[in-house]
Ligand binder design. Structure first.
Ligand SMILES: NC(=O)c1ccc[n+]([C@@H]2O[C@H](COP(=O)([O-])OP(=O)(O)OC[C@H]3O[C@@H](n4cnc5c(N)ncnc54)[C@H](O)[C@@H]3O)[C@@H](O)[C@H]2O)c1
Length: 313
């Protein structure tokens, strides 16, 4: 029986959805979020405060004694806290290593010391880089191109090493492009979907980096939360899994779809290409699907829910 769950980065976009899902689990395990609000939001925490089994500890994954204290007695540890921005990682590679590698090591050490039953790392499709082979599958040789991608791959290697050397059960989930309600359109790290929605709702020009023909595999946030729970609940699962739908859309098509769904008059403007941007991102999610997991949403149904939430906000 799962009694305690730790979520690093649980004040963030994905982490707050995962925290909500964890709080609702049968038996109401204690759910502890460790987050220093580097890119997370108080509003995300406030949405979960009504769960009596939810607790937020304000602090950093770089504070090893604190991480150890928070992780004591945890059955599952979902490690999401990270420097999440590719451009920022190119500007500050050392800080990226400090957060994404040393922070991950702090979590692994605490998990090992306290005998956690599963550690799940939020990894990224960025580890595939611009390898022309499509769709991306887990057997491809990783080719990360930025400190963000390199440090996510380092994290995966450490999780595998802790599994092999210390018998610590670990899984790394390589998310493709996650979208859904409460994704911040105003942060400096904002992603395409929330920015396009905000601009379309305001009737403002939608800016697209480059020609807009770059492709992405969008996965709905509730499905990402469900994938985390799935691999934690299945003790036999370990290693690396893509988390995506297996279908792809261009950024230009995405902007046009959002504009149409909202009946917006926004125009689309092409901007200079962004450094470090990957041209084609399309997943083969077959490995995770073969375990019995399936996402419950496609892009259209996920966008519908996201737009409804954005209109309310
Ligand atoms: N959103 C995506 O499309 C996507 C795709 C691939 C991978 N990921 C990964 O998923 C995870 C969650 O991403 P997100 O989109 O929810 O981003 P987010 O910025 O909303 O969440 C990250 C959280 O980590 C916290 N954090 C950062 N540094 C910290 C530190 N030193 N100590 C404690 N907390 C800290 C932030 O405050 C934030 O709440 C990240 O690891 C990210 O790399 C996200």
């Amino acid at each position: 029986m799962t009694q305690k769950i730790v979520i690093t980065g649980g004040a963030g976009f994905i982490g707050s959805h995962l925290a909500d899902a964890c709080c609702r689990l049968p038996g109401q395990p204690e759910v502890v979020v460790l987050d220093n609000l580097r890119s997370g939001r108080r509003a995300n925490l406030e949405r979960n405060q009504h769960h009596s089994n939810f607790r937020w500890v304000e602090g950093s994954i770089c504070d090893a004694p604190l991480v150890e204290q928070v992780c004591a007695g945890a059955d599952w540890i979902f490690h999401l806290a990270a420097m999440i921005s590719v451009p920022e990682s190119l500007l500050n590679p050392r800080e990226c290593v400090e957060l994404n590698v040393n922070g991950t090591l702090n979590v692994l050490e605490a998990a090992r010391k306290h005998g956690a039953k599963k550690v799940v790392l939020s990894s990224s499709a960025a580890i595939y880089g611009d390898d022309p082979e499509l769709p991306k599958h887990e057997k491809l040789r990783p080719a990360p191109q930025t400190p963000y991608g390199i440090t996510k791959l380092d994290g995966e290697y450490y999780l595998e090493m802790y599994r092999r050397e210390y018998a610590l059960p670990t899984v790394s989930l390589r998310y493709f492009n996650v979208f859904g309600p409460h994704q911040d359109p105003t942060s400096q790290y904002a992603a395409a979907v929330p920015i396009f929605i905000k601009k379309a709702l305001a009737g403002e020009t939608i800016g697209i980096f480059g020609d807009g023909q770059q492709t992405r595999d969008f996965v709905y946030v509730a499905d990402v939360a469900a994938a985390n729970l799935w691999v934690a609940q299945h003790s036999d699962l370990s290693g690396v899994f893509n988390v995506a739908t297996g279908s792809t859309v261009t950024i230009l098509e995405l902007a046009q779809t959002i504009r149409t769904l909202l009946g917006s008059t926004s125009t689309i403007q092409h901007l200079d290409p962004r450094p470090g941007d990957i041209r084609a991102s399309w997943s083969d999610p077959g490995k995770l699907f073969s375990t019995g997991f399936r996402p419950s949403h496609d892009l259209a149904s996920g966008l519908k829910l996201t737009l409804e939430a954005a209109r309310k906000e």
